[in-house]
Design a binder for this molecule. Structure first.
Ligand SMILES: [Cu+2]
Length: 331
C-alpha cells in the first residue's frame, strides 16, 4: 500500500508543479498599408464632391488587431503603414501631407500621427500593441489640418477584437462570452460640409460648420427603402453594431421597427473599454469621437428593423433637414 500512496502523492505534486496547460499562440504582427488617394462621389442631390481617402474607399477598410485571453501570450501588434500613393500634398505648409492617428489608442508620441508633435507627414508606419482590456471599436484618421482632412474622408474603423488562446478570431466584442454575436457591422458615422472640401489654409469657412450630407458607412441612406447599410440576418440571432463617431455634430442612435417603435439594444463597450454593467437602452447619444459597441437580438418572427442615426446641431441640438440616416436589418 505504501508505495501506491507514495506514487499518488508524486502524481499530485507533479500536477501542482506543472505549468498551466495553455495553448499559447504566437501573437501576430498585423501589417497593413493604406495608400492616400482621392475619389469623386455624386451625392443624392447630384452634386459631385471630392473626397480624400485611405485606399480609395469611404470610409477606408477596417483594420483589426487581436487580443488574447488572460494567461496566454502577449497581444497582436499592429503596424499600420501610410503610403502617400500618387497624391502630392494638396495644401501649403503647415497643412501639407498626411498622417495616421489611431484615435483612442494609447501609443507613444512617435506613433500618434500628430504633426505638431514632430511626426512625419509624408508617410510612416504607426505601431500599436493594445492590451487585453482594450477590446472594442476605434478609428484611424489623418491628423494634418484635421478639421479639413477628416471632412475630406480620411478615416476608417480600427477594431480591437478578441482571439482565443490558439489565435483564432472570436465573434465576440470582448472575451466575455456574453458579448458573442452572430452578425456584426461597422456603423461609421460621418457628415459632410462641401464648403470644407474646397476651402484651404486658414479660410474662415472652417470657423462655421454647416453639414449638407449625412452618412453611415460612407452612404447617405435618406429613407428606409434606400438605406445606407443593410444586413440580411436570421430570426432570433444577435446582431452587433460598432458605432464609430467620426461625425462633426451631435447624434442620436436608435433601432426602430417599420412602425417607428424603438427597440431595446444593449451597450457592452464604450470607447474601447467594457462597461462594468452592460446597459439596455432604446436611445443612445453619440458625440464626435465616441464609440459604442451594441448588440440586439432579432425577433422570432420575420421582419425588418431600421438602426438609424439622427444628426443634430452642436450648438442647439436641433435636427437637420434630411439629417436622419437609415440602416436596415432584415430577418
Ligand atoms: Cu490628411
Amino acid at each position: 500500500m505504501f508505495p501506491a500512496n507514495r506514487m499518488k502523492l508524486s502524481l499530485v505534486a507533479a500536477l501542482l508543479c506543472a505549468p498551466l496547460a495553455y495553448t499559447t499562440a504566437q501573437a501576430a504582427n498585423i501589417n497593413v498599408t493604406r495608400n492616400v488617394s482621392s475619389l469623386n462621389k455624386t451625392m443624392s442631390d447630384g452634386v459631385r464632391v471630392t473626397f480624400w481617402t485611405f485606399s480609395g474607399a469611404l470610409p477606408a477598410a477596417a483594420v483589426e488587431v487581436g487580443v488574447y485571453p488572460d494567461g496566454t501570450t502577449t497581444t497582436d501588434t499592429l503596424n499600420l503603414t501610410l503610403s502617400m500613393g500618387m497624391m502630392t500634398p494638396q495644401d501649403s505648409a503647415p497643412y501639407n501631407g498626411h498622417t495616421i492617428h489611431m484615435h483612442g489608442a494609447d501609443v507613444k508620441t512617435s506613433e500618434d500621427g500628430v504633426p505638431e508633435t514632430y511626426n512625419d507627414v509624408n508617410g510612416d508606419t504607426y505601431t500599436w500593441t493594445p492590451t487585453r482590456d482594450m477590446a472594442g471599436s476605434y478609428m484611424y484618421h489623418c491628423h494634418v489640418h484635421t478639421v479639413k482632412h477628416l471632412e475630406m474622408g480620411m478615416y476608417g474603423p480600427l477594431i480591437v477584437r478578441p482571439k482565443n488562446a490558439s489565435g483564432t478570431w472570436l465573434n465576440q466584442l470582448t472575451h466575455n462570452t456574453a458579448t458573442a454575436y452572430d452578425y456584426v457591422q461597422n456603423y461609421v458615422l460621418s457628415t459632410v460640409d462641401p464648403a470644407y472640401h474646397t476651402a484651404t489654409g486658414d479660410s474662415t469657412v472652417f470657423a462655421d460648420y454647416n453639414p449638407k450630407y449625412y452618412m453611415i458607412a460612407g452612404n447617405e441612406g435618406k429613407t428606409t427603402g434606400a438605406p445606407a447599410i443593410s444586413l440580411t440576418a436570421a430570426k432570433s440571432k444577435k446582431v452587433a453594431l460598432r458605432l464609430i463617431g467620426i461625425h462633426s455634430v451631435s447624434s442620436t442612435f436608435t433601432v426602430k421597427d417599420g412602425s417607428g417603435n424603438a427597440k431595446p439594444f444593449t451597450i457592452y463597450t464604450q470607447d474601447g473599454r467594457a462597461l462594468a454593467t452592460p446597459q439596455s437602452v432604446t436611445s443612445l447619444d453619440i458625440s464626435p469621437g465616441q464609440r459604442f459597441d451594441v448588440i440586439f437580438t432579432t425577433p422570432s418572427t420575420a421582419g425588418t428593423w431600421y438602426p438609424q442615426v439622427t444628426y443634430k446641431n452642436l450648438r442647439d441640438g436641433g435636427t437637420y433637414t434630411n439629417g436622419t440616416v437609415y440602416g436596415r436589418v432584415t430577418f
